[in-house]
Design a protein around this ligand. Structure first.
Ligand code: SF4
Length: 256
C-alpha cells in the first residue's frame, strides 16, 4: 500500500466512525457538499465518494461551489477538477463582495458577515437542488480551536456540532471530518495534488490571528501531551453538566 493509500484509508476510517457515531448519513440522502477550493473540502468530497461506492446505504453527492464574487477567485480551476474527476457539481456566482461593502456596519466582522451570507446561499442552493443535507469540511482541529476560542474570547463553552438542523429549519448540516486531524488533510492534499484555490477576499489571512494562536498553543502542549487533540474532541462528547456552572447544583438547595 502506498503512503497516499494509507493516509486515504486512515481518513476514510475516521469519517466512517463519525458517520456511525453521529448518524450523519442515511438511506436516500441527497447531500450537497460545499466545495470552496480549499484542501478540506476536496478531502471531504473524495472521502465521501469513496464511502458512497461501497456503503450499504444509498445516497447521492452533489458538489456545490458558491463564488463570493471577489476578483481573482479561480473557480474555473475548481470546475475543471470536478469535471475531470467525474463529480456531479453546481457552481453558483454571487455578489457577496458588493453586498458586504454596502451593508457592513461599523464594528461588525467582515468574516462573520461573509460567512453568514455564504451559509444563506448554500441553504438556498441546497433547496433548489433538492438536497436534504449539506456537508461541510470542518475538521478535528477546527472543532477544538473553536472550543478554545469561545472559552478564551467569548466566555462560552461551545464548539461546533457534527450534525445539526440548519438555521432555515429545512436542511441538516453535517461535518463528517470531525475526527480527522488537519495534518492528515494537508498530507493527503499534497499527495493527491488538489488544485487549491484561495478565496481572494480583501481580508484573507488577516483576520484569523487568534485561531493561529490557538493552533500554536495546542501544538506546544502536544509536545508533552501527545494525545491532546483526541482528548479534547472526546471532551466534547463527554459533557458533565453537574460540574459546570449552568444552574444545576450537586445537592438540592434547601429552601427556608
Ligand atoms: S476569509 Fe474572506 S472569504 Fe473567508 S470568510 Fe473571511 S471574508 Fe469571507
Amino acid at each position: 500500500m502506498t503512503g497516499t493509500q494509507k493516509i486515504f484509508k486512515r481518513i476514510q476510517k475516521d469519517v466512517g466512525r463519525a458517520i456511525a457515531d453521529f448518524g450523519l448519513i442515511e438511506e436516500g440522502d441527497r447531500i450537497a457538499v460545499g466545495i470552496s477550493g480549499g484542501k478540506d473540502s476536496y478531502t471531504l468530497l473524495q472521502i465521501l465518494e469513496a464511502l458512497r461506492k461501497k456503503a450499504p446505504v444509498r445516497f447521492e453527492l452533489i458538489a456545490i461551489n458558491v463564488d463570493p464574487g471577489f476578483s481573482g477567485y479561480r473557480k474555473d480551476l475548481i470546475a475543471a477538477y470536478l469535471h475531470r474527476q467525474g463529480f456531479r457539481y453546481h457552481m453558483e456566482t454571487t455578489r457577496s463582495d458588493e453586498i458586504i461593502e454596502e451593508n457592513l456596519r461599523p464594528g461588525t466582522s467582515y468574516c462573520a458577515f461573509c460567512s453568514r451570507l455564504r451559509r444563506g446561499f448554500l441553504y438556498t442552493l441546497a433547496e433548489r437542488l433538492e438536497c436534504n443535507k449539506i456537508a461541510l469540511g470542518h475538521h478535528l482541529d477546527d472543532f477544538i480551536e473553536t472550543l478554545l476560542l469561545n472559552q478564551f474570547f467569548s466566555g462560552k463553552l461551545a464548539a461546533m456540532s457534527a450534525k445539526m438542523l440548519a438555521d432555515n429549519g429545512k436542511h441538516t448540516v453535517i461535518r463528517p471530518l470531525v475526527y480527522v486531524k488537519e495534518a492528515d488533510i494537508v498530507t493527503l492534499s499534497q499527495a493527491m495534488n488538489f488544485p487549491i484555490v484561495h478565496c481572494a477576499c480583501p481580508v484573507a489571512g488577516k483576520t484569523d490571528r487568534n485561531r493561529q494562536r490557538m493552533k500554536q498553543l495546542i501544538a506546544s502542549l502536544e509536545v508533552d501531551i501527545p494525545n491532546i487533540r483526541h482528548s479534547m474532541i472526546n471532551a466534547l462528547k463527554n459533557v458533565q453538566p453537574r460540574y459546570l456552572l449552568t444552574g444545576q447544583t450537586e445537592h438540592p438547595v434547601q429552601e427556608k
